[in-house]
Design a protein. Structure first.
Length: 214
């Protein structure tokens, strides 16, 4: 299907004014974000997205020629939102426990508000090898900082540290998801998330002291 490279004329609002391109684009992204979280996987039915955004299919394609472009724009928005909340700054703290707890709690709050959108965009096979390199680099830079802190303070080898950080990252993802879906109250979810992160770090510092049943 051919994709037009110029934006089609915007439909008028009730007062006769057309929406500014930035506002129209934001509406499309917001509609797409809601649909991705509700559907739980990619891609999206364009007809439904157009209806949800109050636009035509042609206008959707004018702003986002492919769904890959749409989802990269959503991913960029998610990463920038976390950065504005202080996530990148938190990952630069030079003490593992503080950095890990700050990052975990910020990500928990983000998922509690927005749902597991970032996780879906990053892990769905539809986006495999389609995520813009600069977005992957932004994610990987935070991971590298946390891995470096962990390697300096935990008695684990490189593979074990990577596995530990990966598994611990699932804690705020799940606690935030439970809040987003109304399955757990926010206060309890925050307490559980904080407690699991701190207890995990404590156990990782003294793995020989953790008793595993036979």
């Amino acid at each position: 299907m051919p994709r037009t490279q110029t934006l089609k004329q915007e439909p008028k609002t009730q007062k006769g004014k057309r929406l500014a391109p930035e506002l129209r684009r934001a509406q499309m992204l917001e509609a797409a974000a809601r649909m991705v979280v509700e559907q739980g996987y990619l891609p999206l039915p364009i007809e439904q997205l157009a209806r949800a955004a109050g636009a035509s299919k042609a206008l959707i394609y004018a702003y986002f020629p492919t769904q890959y472009a749409l989802f990269n724009a959503l991913l960029d928005r998610e990463i920038q939102s976390l950065a504005l909340a202080g996530f990148d700054t938190a990952s630069r703290v030079n003490e593992l426990d503080q950095a890990a707890v700050l990052c975990a709690m910020m990500y928990h709050e983000h998922v509690a508000r927005s749902g597991p959108l970032l996780h879906i965009l990053m892990t769905d096979l539809y986006m495999k090898e389609r995520i813009e390199p600069r977005l992957l680099e932004m994610r990987d830079e935070v991971m590298r900082r946390l891995l470096k802190l962990a390697s300096e303070s935990l008695p684990l080898n490189e593979a074990e540290i990577y596995a530990a950080v990966e598994m611990m990252s699932a804690i705020p993802e799940e606690s935030g998801r439970l809040v987003f879906h109304g399955e757990l109250d926010p206060t309890t979810a925050r307490q559980i998330c904080h407690g699991l992160i701190t207890s995990s770090l404590k156990a990782l510092r003294a793995p020989d002291g953790v008793r595993i049943p036979d």
